[in-house]
Design a protein around this ligand. Structure first.
Ligand code: NAD
Ligand code: UDP
Length: 319
């Protein structure tokens, strides 16, 4: 197969591309580097089947080659990023999804949308099954991401219903692992970087809010299986084991043996109070469930962040 991965220089896109290349498929990676890095695609350049296109997918994309799959992963994903880039986030979720779907339609390719647990907003149903319609504040600060993703799901279903495109939608729940940008602001990367540096861990609010953290290798396996399946409606892919943010801080402190203290900062607006995927569908349809628990995933992630911080410090010394 030859597949297109938008957002290839980001955290998830780079892992997904690596998975396809390792299975001897070809990958055309598309990115405008707004939140991604060239470093994230360096290891992909070692594969002969990889080609990188610097392009903003909010503008139409034409390629000459036959394409079998389009994975639309381009979008700022960290709340810090999408609050800084509200218009770009709305555009890549709407225009970008339209362009990626148009490309899939023109090529007769299968399409997979990276959607999110954020479509459930601050959920009133817990855990969240795919049948839950969500509780999103459309005019709140997070609305730029949540509503863009809800629109992108609607656009994907419309291309399926009206144009017959073979579409898949994955609702991804908080995923972490190597190649997250150390400064991207998400909780796992923040806590690990702070713990390794001996800085205080920044807990927003009282830390009683919950998230369910999935290791990247598990997430990519679930997405791979969903792509190969015939399921059109959205499927949750995430780790159903739920932690408070305070529990996550304690685990990071233990795994890094850090003596960092805790700083309490205000809770951001509309921050969901709970989040936990119901993965019954993924278990039944895809035979998938996560294999890596949070402690093990953090252990597997630490060497990457240690290297990143050492590289950053070495660069700072030469300036
Ligand atoms: P990321 O920020 O690391 O990667 C996103 C990539 O998309 C970056 O390389 C960025 O430069 C690129 N991009 C953004 N706008 C673009 C545009 N207009 N044109 C081309 N490239 C563009 O984020 P991530 O964690 O890898 O997330 C990837 C996808 O998965 C996103 O769509 C995100 O919404 C979704 N998702 C991720 C998580 C998670 O926990 N990581 C959870 C839910 C959903
Ligand atoms: N959070 C925190 N400290 C940080 C970063 C995030 O306490 O330094 C909290 C945040 O308020 C949220 C949770 O951790 O309740 C997860 O935040 P993240 O930005 O990783 O993703 P979200 O799930 O909110 O999209």
């Amino acid at each position: 197969m030859r597949v297109i991965v938008t957002g290839v220089a980001g955290f998830l896109g780079s892992h997904l591309a690596e998975r396809f290349l390792s299975d001897d498929h070809e990958v055309i990676g598309v990115d405008n580097f707004v939140t991604g890095s060239r470093q994230n695609t360096e290891h992909l350049s070692g594969f002969t089947g990889f080609r990188l296109l610097e392009h903003d997918i909010s503008k139409p994309l034409f390629v000459d080659e036959q394409i079998d799959g389009v994975f639309h992963f381009a979008s700022p994903a960290s709340p810090v990023d999408y609050l800084e880039l509200p218009i770009q986030t709305l555009k890549v979720g709407s225009l970008g999804t339209h362009n990626a779907l148009g490309l899939a339609k023109a090529k007769g390719a299968r399409f997979l949308l990276a959607s999110t647990s954020e479509v459930y907003g601050d959920p009133l149903v817990h855990p969240q099954p795919e049948t839950y319609w969500g509780n999103v504040n459309p005019i709140g600060v997070r609305g730029v991401y949540d509503e863009a993703k809800r629109f992108s799901e609607a656009m994907t279903m419309a291309y399926h219903r009206y144009h017959g495109v073979a579409t898949r939608i994955v609702r991804i729940f908080n995923t972490y692992g190597p190649r997250m940008r150390p400064g991207d602001g998400r909780v796992v990367s923040n806590f690990i970087v702070q713990a390794l540096r001996g800085d205080p861990l920044t807990i927003y609010g009282d830390g009683s809010q919950t998230r369910s953290f999935c290791f990247v290798a598990d997430e990519v396996e679930g997405i791979y299986r969903l792509f190969a399946s015939d399921r059109v409606e959205p499927v949750n892919i995430g780790n159903p084991v739920e932690f408070t943010v305070r529990e996550l801080a304690d685990i990071v402190l233990e795994e890094t043996r850090s003596r960092s203290t805790i700083d309490s900062l205000p809770l951001p607006a509309d921050d969901p109070k709970v989040r936990q995927p119901d993965i019954t569908l993924a278990r039944e349809l895809l035979g998938w469930e996560p294999q890596v628990d949070l402690r093990e995933g953090i252990r597997q992630t630490l060497p990457y962040f240690r290297d990143e911080l050492a590289r950053h410090d070495a660069r700072a010394r030469t300036i």
